[in-house]
Design a protein around this ligand. Structure first.
Ligand SMILES: [Zn+2]
Length: 389
């Protein structure tokens, strides 16, 4: 904030109402019609959209949108600059922020007010933002497969009560990594989102993406059967869902012993997803309820419980950081999104092409995948490897 208070923008005095003759009235209509043509339709729509966003911002913060004080516009620019999409990238580019300011200016000038976006305090802020954006955006560090296996390996799976949250967290980690799902998508999954497939593993029907509401493609990702039980995402889902089923079918007195028996009986070196000779722990009949897939758990030293309420995206984020620290990995720079970016990075390092990556991540364009490449897989698709060096 600058030290000097900003001058308020006052509306100029309206011109005196002239007594219009028939000819002047006709000219007034023509002038209005001409005015409609000063802006291209696309620009008019963009300005209208910008104005709606600004008006909503003002309403939320009880600020006057018209005429807006330059301070209000500064806050709006600051707000736009920190909005991110589910991939952690800026939601408003500098060009979009400029477009919004142009929309604000147009609306003010059209209604006879001074343009608050022309204020020095606003233009300084935009210049600062351009400098800041010239540096790289901060992105969650990708978690690669080796580290993921280390995190899962550090959990106590066949111990009561720690095994309850270990089963849930392992399932969540595989959904984020193998499924390349966003944390909000993982938190929103229901039992009915899963479909056991005799050959593929598990199909996960993801709800409509917030990042891409216009996407007409069916959002289905696949959790394939692992070549080993250690890398098998379906096994992790089966183990967790077996505990959920016990919670729903046992009364509180029998539940503790039933869960203990289940956990102690886990053989972590065997498939329990139906991939081997034995049937899976759960069947399609266990997936008919619309209840949350990943639930909040409670535990103290002696007992653990699975609640009926779903986990939040924030809880998933915290879980990942805690599990990383428990595995001896510094959690700085990591979050639940590290699983999705880990999927992209690991797949690109292993030679997957853009289209194959997008098939699972459901990115609309190659741009995002390319952005990950630049940061983490600089040799992928890079002709420097074709120089015969
Ligand atoms: Zn398996």
């Amino acid at each position: 904030m600058g030290s000097a208070p900003l001058a308020a923008v006052a509306a100029p005095e309206p011109p005196p109402e002239p007594a219009l003759g028939a000819e002047l009235r006709e000219l007034e209509e023509i002038s209005l019609a001409l005015e409609q043509h000063t802006l291209a339709d696309s620009t008019r729509r963009a300005y209208a959209g910008a104005w709606r966003t600004f008006a909503a911002f003002c309403a939320e913060h009880r600020l006057e949108p018209l005429p807006a004080h330059p301070e209000t516009v500064r806050w709006y620019v600051a707000w736009m600059s920190v909005q991110t999409d589910p991939d952690g990238l800026p939601r408003f580019s500098v060009a979009t922020i400029r477009l919004h300011l142009a929309g604000l200016a147009e609306r003010h000038l059209r209604d006879g007010f001074l343009d608050p976006t022309g204020h020095r305090a606003v233009s300084d802020l935009v210049r600062g933002l351009i400098k800041l954006r010239a540096t790289r955006p901060r992105r969650m560090r990708p978690l690669l497969l080796d580290d993921l296996l280390r995190v899962i390996g550090a959990m106590e799976h066949d111990v009561y009560p720690a095994g309850i949250s270990a089963a849930r967290d392992t399932a969540a980690l595989w959904l984020g990594f193998a499924g390349a799902l966003r944390r909000s998508e993982v938190a929103a999954l229901r039992l009915t989102s899963l479909q056991l497939h005799p050959h593929d593993g598990i199909h996960v029907h993801v709800g409509r993406s917030k990042a891409d509401p216009g996407n007409a493609l069916p959002d289905v990702v696949v959790l394939p059967t692992g070549s080993s039980p250690v890398t098998c995402a379906p096994c992790a889902l089966h183990r967790w869902l077996a505990l959920v089923r016990l919670t729903e079918t046992h009364d509180p007195t029998g539940l503790r012993r039933a869960i203990m028996r289940q956990l102690f009986g886990y053989q972590l070196d065997h498939h329990v997803c139906g991939a081997g000779t034995a049937p899976g722990l759960i069947s399609s009949a266990d997936l008919t309820a619309g209840t949350p897939l990943l639930r909040a758990t409670y535990r103290n030293r002696h007992s653990g419980r699975i609640h009926a309420t779903g986990v939040s995206g924030d809880a998933l984020h915290t879980m990942l950081q805690t599990r990383l620290a428990a595995a001896g990995i510094d959690p700085t720079g990591y979050g639940f999104h590290s699983l999705r970016s880990g999927f992209v990075t690991q797949a690109r390092r292993n030679g997957a092409d853009f289209r194959d990556v997008r098939r699972q991540t459901r990115h609309r364009t190659d741009l995002m995948v390319d952005a990950y490449d630049r940061d983490y897989v600089p040799l992928a698709g890079n002709a420097v490897t074709d120089l015969g060096l």
